[in-house]
Design a protein around this ligand. Structure first.
Ligand code: G6P
Length: 367
């Protein structure tokens, strides 16, 4: 069937707005109706016995994988290796027998990811993929597939595929944590409750659309932008910078907030907006001090945090967006949404082709 933009001006905006629905659909596939427990379908390997996970993907899917690395290490206590597919497939990494190789791809057709999968297979790994297009080559060549139920994604810049990838990966990390006895029943219950709440909180986040549209005018004047975050907010900073580059053609860098002093701090002046992602989690104070370092050097900071974080930092930063207070485990899923909206509105202001940015392809099936 023909897919339309509905009431929206671009596919990208339509797909951003679909997120509460498709995150909910994706989640429902893992939530046991009676108990509310997050479970996985039967897998052809034992997740409790995996010595190491290797996560490989490209582009936005790679950043989903990076969040998964933090989650898996933190809650499932399993060692995780992470690489982009175009590097991984050629670097001849030795892989311990019986490890799990995890591939993430919206299309299921990205050539580098597919070749990385074939390499991992030759290395005796169990192959698990997180895929949006069920009838795809990567899905076919995997031992098991966990589907994202994002539906067709038309905008070249990935949005709902990313947040549904995060949703699946969160469920996987939680199930693995339980299987390995790495978390208590209370911790598990708290995380699964937080996950079930994500669709409703995503609606709250979308309510900041107009505010982000106003702030996009500031970003649209810039030649460069810097995105900062720590922990699981670091991959979201990288994804925010990627979204801005892809569709507005403004140079943007994502950086680990704690690494800023080792280089990018030299770039800071009034003309480089700094987008700081700082949910009120265990790392908040660390990020807050990095934000103050940037502000002290004339940097104009847009802070994204929840109410306590915004309260604490309001007089130190130029702009704030107050996101809902949630369990820190799920904040990367929600903080991805303002990254998308900020990039979207900036691109619209700049008059670029939002759904079909120059030089980019939706799926890269060549080297
Ligand atoms: C292209 C797209 C990106 C996407 C990447 C990986 O570069 O423009 O949006 O993240 O490929 O695609 P995949 O289909 O493997 O997720």
């Amino acid at each position: 069937a023909m897919i339309g933009k509905g009431e929206h001006r671009h596919f990208m905006l339509k797909e951003i707005y679909e997120q509460p629905q498709v995150i909910g659909d994706t989640l429902n596939a893992f939530v046991q109706a009676t108990t509310g427990r997050i479970t996985l379908p039967d897998l052809p390997f034992d997740i409790a016995a995996i010595p190491r996970v290797t996560v490989v993907a490209c582009g936005t899917a790679f950043y989903a994988g990076m969040v998964a690395k933090y989650w898996l290490e933190q809650v499932a206590r399993v060692p995780v290796e992470l690489d982009i597919a175009s590097e991984f497939r050629y670097r001849e990494a030795p892989m311990p027998e019986g490890g799990l190789a995890l591939f993430i791809s919206q299309s299921g057709e990205t050539l580098d990811t597919l070749e990385a999968l074939r390499y991992a297979k030759r290395q005796g790994q169990h192959i698990l993929s997180v895929i949006n297009v069920g009838e795809s080559t990567i899905a076919r060549e995997s031992h098991a597939v966990l589907g994202t139920l994002a539906g067709p994604e038309i905008g070249v810049a990935s949005t709902k595929a990313f947040t549904t990838q995060l949703t699946v990966l969160a469920c996987f990390a939680l199930a693995m944590a339980r299987a390995r006895g790495a978390i208590t029943a209370e911790q598990e219950a708290a995380i699964s409750a937080a996950l079930r709440e994500v669709p409703a909180r995503a609606v709250d986040v979308l309510n900041h659309d107009e505010r982000l549209r106003v702030l996009a005018h500031e970003v649209s004047e810039a030649r460069d932008a810097l995105y900062l975050g720590r922990g699981t907010s670091y991959p979201i900073a990288l994804e925010g910078a990627l979204k801005l580059k892809e569709i507005s053609y403004i140079h943007a860098e994502g950086y680990a907030a704690g690494e800023m002093k080792h280089g990018p701090i030299a770039l800071i002046d009034e003309d480089v907006p700094i987008i700081a992602l700082a949910p009120n989690d265990a790392l908040f104070e660390k990020t807050a001090s990095n934000i103050m370092e940037a502000a002290a050097r004339g940097g104009k900071v847009l802070l994204l945090s929840d109410a306590p974080g915004v309260e604490r930092m309001r007089d130190k930063v130029r702009w704030t967006v107050t996101l809902p207070t949630v369990h820190p485990f799920v904040s990367p899923i929600l903080y991805a949404i303002p990254m998308q909206l900020l990039a979207y509105h900036t691109a619209v202001i700049k008059g670029t082709d939002v759904d079909q940015p120059r030089n980019l392809a939706k799926s890269v099936t060549v080297e």
